[in-house]
Design a binder for this molecule. Structure first.
Ligand SMILES: C[S@@+](CC[C@H](N)C(=O)[O-])C[C@H]1O[C@@H](n2cnc3c(N)ncnc32)[C@H](O)[C@@H]1O
Length: 186
């Protein structure tokens, strides 16, 4: 069973899956993927922080794919008063609707085996001016290398200051004070 607290989401071993300190960076991710409005695909609901920011934008639909049972139940509850939300239960890897294209796609999962398939394969789900962003714990250099290898047309990195509460983290998944928010277009 996951533990849902006000400021964090923990797995069965008490490891942090998502934390409130990430709010500022989720706000940036949401701004980036909703810049053109339209149909947005979000992968990984977590605490719904990014989802709330996406909802504040002027968009058409907001599809959210979530794999975990308890998190998905929370997503359904959260979506009750949000008519443009389309919740999908499953692994994004085989659950992205094949008959739809998106104007913005945000990826933020956790300990998943198919992450390396995301950037090379997601282009086919994008509209021509579509935008992709994703949570990462990479340096500027490794982000540039990884994204350039996959030949996206543009990669912009927004540098933001962050303050992870490293001493209060069991699973020290982010320990730098700079975070790069990627924006990719095809
Ligand atoms: C770090 S949290 C997302 C946090 C979210 N961006 C927020 O603002 O609260 C990661 C989420 O991705 C989900 N997840 C992990 N692997 C997944 C997969 N393969 N497909 C869909 N969701 C996945 C997890 O269950 C978890 O809810």
């Amino acid at each position: 069973m996951y533990t849902f607290l006000k400021d964090k989401l923990l797995d069965e071993e008490g490891k942090e899956i998502m934390m409130e300190w990430e709010t500022s960076l989720m706000e940036e991710h949401a701004k980036i993927v909703t810049a053109n409005g339209g149909d947005i695909l979000e992968i990984g609901f977590g605490m719904g922080i990014c989802s709330n920011f996406i909802q504040q934008a002027n968009i058409n639909t907001h599809t959210i794919i979530e794999i975990h049972n308890e998190v998905f139940e929370r997503l359904l509850e959260w979506a009750k008063d949000k008519p443009n939300v389309i919740p999908i239960k499953g692994d994004w890897f085989d659950s992205i609707p094949k008959d739809k294209k998106y104007d913005g796609i945000m990826h933020d999962t956790w300990e998943e085996k198919n992450w390396h398939h995301f950037l090379p394969n997601i282009k086919s789900s994008l509209n021509p001016k579509g935008i992709v962003s994703f949570y990462n714990s990479e340096t500027e250099e490794s982000l540039k290398n990884n994204c350039n290898n996959i030949k996206w047309s543009t990669l912009d990195l927004k540098k933001i200051k962050v303050k992870p509460p490293i001493n209060n983290m069991k699973y020290k998944y982010y320990d730098r004070n700079i975070y790069f928010v990627p924006k990719l277009t095809i």
